[in-house]
Design a protein around this ligand. Sequence first.
Ligand code: GTP
Ligand code: MG
Length: 417
Amino acid sequence: MDRALLVGLDLGEYDMKTSMNELSGLAESLEIQVIDQFVQKADLPNGRTYIGSGKVEELKKAIQVLDIDIVIFNDELSPAQIRNLEKELSIQIMDRSFLILQIFSKRAQTKEAVLEVSLAQQRYMLPRLIGLSSSLSRQGGGSFNAKGAGETQLELDRRKIASNISQLERELDKIKREKDTARKRRQNNEIPVVSLVGYTNVGKSATLNAILDYILKVSDKNVVEKNMLFATLSTFSRRIKPPKKPAFILTDTVGFVSRLPHDLVRSFESTLSEVKHADLILYVMDGSSSLAPLQIETTTEVLKGLEADQVPHLYVLTHKDMMFTDHLSYHHDVAISNKTYENLDVLIDKIYQKTYGKKIIVTLHIPFTDHGVLHQLENDTMILSKVYNDTGTQVLVELYEKQLSQFMTYFKHEQIL
Ligand SMILES: Nc1nc2c(ncn2[C@@H]2O[C@H](COP(=O)(O)OP(=O)(O)OP(=O)(O)O)[C@@H](O)[C@H]2O)c(=O)[nH]1
Ligand SMILES: [Mg+2]
């Protein structure tokens, strides 16, 4: 197991303790052992080495005394900063972006996620090749033509990466087009799409599983839910059709973390485009965590970047079974438990109100010739009464406002409640 030192620069932009703890969690999920943390207060990062020269000296000593293998920085470093730090500390340097990319790379399973992570990694690498190649030629050292050979190699590497990037972009574009077609087909069916979004490990996948189990009585779990960062890296959609109600599509997707690497968000365009086209977004927060408000801030930021912040939404707190009462003061529409299923019915009700509108009671007249319609009403609405007459069936049904358009030709009148 690699032994790591974490380094953070406190520029007063965010809560340092929380952020360093999160970095520590990220490192641990790559099975890196965190030995100690260094935080320096500063007005600006040092252009050459990110932290000040005094701190670099201090780090050098700590690396020896604590027998450290990697130094991890809580920020994205410039190519020059990586190169200079590597030179001065003679040790492997990782920045926050690289660390997150590594985790994604380890977790990616579907073809789409694997391609997206590779694309993000190649995009991250391209401007950093100089740093990497200088450390390579240092290792090779001594050759009389080292500099020239290094430059040629650099050019070759650069071309290779650029060609990988366009290859990956092409493959992902193909997947995205297929998904667009599937989505259009769904939109034509007018089934609303509801997307679960939020910070990593807050309970998005668990919410999908709980709804499947509670509403549909499908007890075999459908998506992986795990107490680990970035358990889900691909989108998974399930059609949810409770008895006597219309269907909707529920989509689980990749979780966020604060300051997600820009390359990563850009590369996950195909996966995240689902969110942008959703009819309703469920902002999921862990109600048992004091970090919930911070997590929702991050989620809102990412959604803004995806131009998905205008989509109608609901704030959902999970972990109600483990929640401190004061956390109920977090702004939310519903607090649920995916363990006891408390309030899942409330959540479902709210999802219907947001996607299908309010409930109404109407009288419809279905001629005998359109018998299939009665069957559909039995399935998708609540039939309150039925009277047969000479020409067909007069039915009193309770349904959602937006369902009515399908049955408009049979409409007689609405009952005012
Ligand atoms: N007690 C309790 N545990 C929950 C609840 N919701 C989720 N969990 C647990 O929290 C952990 C994380 O849940 P996931 O559903 O995997 O989280 P996620 O948001 O999908 O995470 P990523 O896929 O990493 O983005 C799992 O161990 C769940 O079983 C809840 O309401 N109560
Ligand atoms: Mg998940």
